[in-house]
Design a protein around this ligand. Structure first.
Ligand code: AMP
Length: 356
């Protein structure tokens, strides 16, 4: 393939911190970024060359945006797929829209993982109160009810315990189509972060051990403990098989539970991921740079670890003003996303600490 020459324009659908960090990596390689977001205060647009502020479904704006771009990518997986037809034939879209189709639907995602040989939690589709009862019977209690679409960071989820009135949980998910999942007993959570080039080369970063609090990633620790490393090969094999099946280009993140019976696939994100932020300073090439390299047809960079140990900690909600204390530690790298308003559960930045 012909690599995109420096000076070309990369379109990014979505205007949050992932777009911001992608735009910074792209700028380093000499590319210009054009952000497309409905948020007029986009924190990605602040560091990009161009900005279209328009709705995801605005076909006319999407079409004009595509005319101005040489390649298009996305930084969040809930981009509506239908309107993307407006860009086809104008600029290539990487990762492909088929990855969005899978990742936007928790049922399709689990079926896709299973069809590629992976193990998932037991699950059943819930469309009304009656199917909730039969789903609970099928997957057992405790169970987790997750909306099939638009859930992330533990949002759109309810935990159902023995003795609970299922009606309360059904109300809490606003009667939206859901998947009921059996509760997985796991020792650790981890993610496989890979990058796949346009000619099918796959590279992996070291596997982070991910620690969540209230459904949100709190920390990623690298290297992961032995219990995770023992499951890394099987998890990587599944992630790569799914990437090949989608003819995927770019960074793909797959999240797993480490269980006594091996890795259990939870979900995938067809994009750079919070559990890969440590790679900015902690790996030879970051997830952001390699995503840009992949979508632009450049050779992939080395993904090896750049320190003995790396620790990434998210700055969430009100804790953003802890930045001064972070800077007192010379081994810590501070990343603030430039969000003007702090809210409970909102990711405001992260800190990466390297140990040698
Ligand atoms: P998710 O939105 O699917 O990433 O879920 C958020 C968090 O909830 C995960 O990182 C886990 O800590 C927990 N969780 C999700 N699904 C399950 C499950 N089936 N069994 C046990 N814990 C789960």
């Amino acid at each position: 393939m012909t690599p995109l020459s420096p000076g070309s324009t990369i379109g990014i659908l979505g205007g949050g911190q992932l777009g911001r960090m992608l735009a910074i990596a792209a700028a380093q390689l000499g590319y210009r970024c054009h952000i497309y977001s409905s948020d007029k205060n986009s924190i990605a647009a602040e560091v990009a060359a161009q900005f279209t502020c328009a709705a995801d479904e605005d076909i006319e704006s999407l079409s004009a945006f595509a005319d101005a771009c040489d390649v298009i990518t996305y930084e969040f997986e809930n981009v509506p797929v239908g309107p993307l037809a407006a860009i086809s034939g104008k600029a290539p879209l990487y990762p492909p829209a088929s990855a969005l189709d899978v990742a936007q639907n928790r049922v399709a995602e689990k079926e896709f993982a299973r069809s590629n040989g992976g193990t998932t939690a037991p699950f059943a589709k819930v469309t009304d109160r009656e199917t909730l009862d039969s789903a609970i019977e099928q997957v057992g209690l405790p169970a987790i009810l997750k909306t099939i679409r638009m859930g992330y960071d533990g949002k759109g989820q309810a935990r159902i315990r023995a003795g609970d009135d299922p009606a309360i949980h059904w109300d809490s998910v606003a009667h939206q189509p859901c998947v009921a999942e059996g509760f997985v007993t796991f020792s650790h959570e981890f993610s496989v972060i890979l990058v796949r080039s346009q000619d099918g080369e796959v590279r992996y970063w070291d596997t982070p051990h991910n620690i969540h609090a209230e459904g949100i990633l709190a920390k990623s620790l690298i290297p992961a403990p032995a219990e995770i490393i023992a499951q890394e090969e099987a998890a990587r094999a599944l992630a790569a098989k799914m990437a090949d099946a989608l003819d995927y280009v770019g960074v793909l993140t797959s999240e797993f539970f480490a269980t006594a019976d091996g890795p259990v696939f939870n979900e995938m994100a067809p994009r750079v991921h919070n559990s890969g932020h440590w790679t900015i300073e902690g790996a030879i090439t970051s997830q952001f740079e390699n995503h840009i390299r992949a979508i632009c047809g450049l050779p992939l960079g080395e993904t090896g670890r750049a320190a003995d140990k790396v620790e990434m900690t998210n700055i969430i909600g009100g804790t953003a003003d802890e930045w001064q204390a972070v800077l007192q530690d010379p081994a810590s790298h501070l990343h603030l996303y430039g969000k003007s308003e702090s809210r409970r559960g909102r990711k405001m930045g992260h800190v990466t600490k390297l140990f040698f």
